[in-house]
Design a binder for this molecule. Sequence first.
Ligand SMILES: [Zn+2]
Length: 106
Amino acid sequence: MHHDSQTLAEPQQLEKVAALPNRFVETSVGWYVLTRERADLGPYTSLSEAKRALSRHLKQHERVANRSPYASFSGFYLHDPQTCHKINCGRCAEADAMAQKMNSGW
Ligand SMILES: [Zn+2]
């Protein structure tokens, strides 16, 4: 193997990511990154992969919009898959995993 062409996240980006623990959701199928877009990111096999994905995501959206991306994103809430309109949703995957646990007598 020569040079690894995959771009690593810049330290600055990783700091931002680290400050947002609520954006990562672990489910039975892997890690999701919650976004404010129509589709969440994931699932990823590891948390570090999810963090890199969020880094890339933030970079892309910095160019598009100059809004504060996390202003309305606060804390844990119970998500309702019935009313969710996302295409690929980490919260739905999380709710799904919890329902499965309960059904299996957890
Ligand atoms: Zn959802």
